[in-house]
Design a protein around this ligand. Structure first.
Ligand SMILES: *Cc1c(COP(=O)(O)O)cnc(C)c1O
Length: 372
């Protein structure tokens, strides 16, 4: 059969029946073996990052458990937690790195402490590729008896301040290969189970849909076309067209599917990107700045041929069209709410020279952010 399960009896994560042993899906096998080696665990390829995260949660937590989440995140994370039958506990972030910190992490245990019972896990997101102080998170997790799951959508290839690679610390790691993520194969993902799971989970086994396969196949070509047109400031318009006709799908609209695999082509694309990560920080996702009068700044940038209008994140849980559904506790996360009104991101596909000129444009409006 074309399935495999995680065998839990042998005293560790172990693939009892391997999907990729038939030689047919060479690219899928190569990627999963590479990931298993790089991160140290059992790797299963998934349709996208949210499916990977959901499998990770199902493997280590009971339904009904509560999971701590960065209060500045993607709907994908919320969806994964809900699909796993668990509940998110959002905690606030700081303006330096857009991550929770020592102070904000303790909030659920303070005051009325309504949340504190049944908090069993914490998802570490390393927002936009800015690493958290993992030693601090580990201490915190130990104190409260929590398991750490690492979400690598923004930070594949990046290291924590103490030098350990992100994805090699928690009980599990979830990778996304979605559009605009640190590894970009338009969609796809993988889950790495590092410690012995509590529950058996079934690995994805279904072939990708033809439409998803074709989208991935043409994606590099479309990106190349947009990049060329950037020279005459039409790249953004062309990408808008591709999105409109669904030849390119936004990562945010990806559907959770625990059964489907990525395509061979996506696996190949992802693997070649992994092999290019050499230096510390290379997988860093987006440079961010906090500005006053954001609408005016964006207009100025547009007037100068830059299209920076899409930023992470426009709401504490983005995209905005799903925000209502989340019932986000805004009063618990005031910094996050404020930052969504001030943030702009510099997309990576502009040249260093172009970005330097853009930094000059925003300088008079700057109230925070980073420049490294
Ligand atoms: C995009 C993203 C994911 C996973 O997204 P998919 O679209 O499902 O691949 C997970 N976590 C964060 C923080 C993200 O931004």
């Amino acid at each position: 059969m074309n399935r495999y399960y995680l065998g839990l009896n042998a005293g560790g994560p172990k693939i009892s029946e391997c999907l990729f042993s038939k030689g047919k899906s060479q690219d899928l096998r190569e990627l999963s073996e590479y990931l298993a080696g790089r991160y140290g665990g059992t790797a299963m390829l998934c349709k996208n990052g949210r499916s990977a995260l959901c499998l990770a949660l199902k493997a280590y937590f009971d339904p009904g458990d509560k999971i701590i989440v960065n209060g500045f995140t993607c709907y994908a994370v919320y969806e994964a937690i809900m699909e796993a039958g668990m509940a998110p506990v959002f905690v606030d972030i700081n303006a330096r790195d857009l991550n929770f910190d020592e102070k904000t992490l303790e909030a659920p245990w303070k005051g009325a402490a309504v949340h504190a019972n049944r908090i069993k896990g914490i998802i570490v997101q390393n927002s936009l590729g800015n690493p958290v102080n993992m030693e601090m998170v580990e201490k915190f997790a130990k104190k409260h008896g929590l398991l750490i799951v690492e979400d690598l959508a923004h930070s594949a290839g990046v290291r924590y301040p103490d030098g350990r690679e992100i994805g090699t610390v928690g009980v599990a790691a979830a990778l996304s290969f979605g559009k605009d993520k640190s590894v970009n194969a338009i969609s796809g993902g993988a889950v790495i189970l590092r410690d012995t799971p509590k529950f058996e989970v079934e690995a994805p086994f279904k072939a990708p849909r033809l439409s998803d396969h074709l989208r991935a196949r043409f994606y590099p070509l479309f990106c190349g076309m947009c990049k060329r047109l950037n020279g005459i400031h039409l790249g953004g318009a062309l990408m808008k067209f591709f999105l409109l006709v669904h030849w390119v799908e936004k990562s945010a609209d990806n559907k959770l599917d625990l059964e489907r695999l990525p395509s061979k082509f996506q696996a190949k694309l992802a693997l070649s990107q992994f092999k290019k990560f050499r230096h510390r920080g290379e997988g860093k996702l987006r440079e961010f700045y906090l500005v006053k009068n954001r609408a005016e700044v964006l207009k100025k940038l547009r007037d100068n041929g830059y299209f920076f209008d899409s930023f992470w994140y426009e709401k504490p849980v983005s995209p905005a069209r799903y925000y209502k559904e989340v019932k986000f506790p805004e009063k618990d996360c005031p910094v996050s709410v404020e930052i969504t009104k001030e943030i702009i991101n510099f997309p990576k596909y502009y040249s260093e020279k172009e970005l330097a000129a853009a930094r000059e444009i925003i300088k008079p409006y700057l109230i925070g952010g980073q420049n490294d």
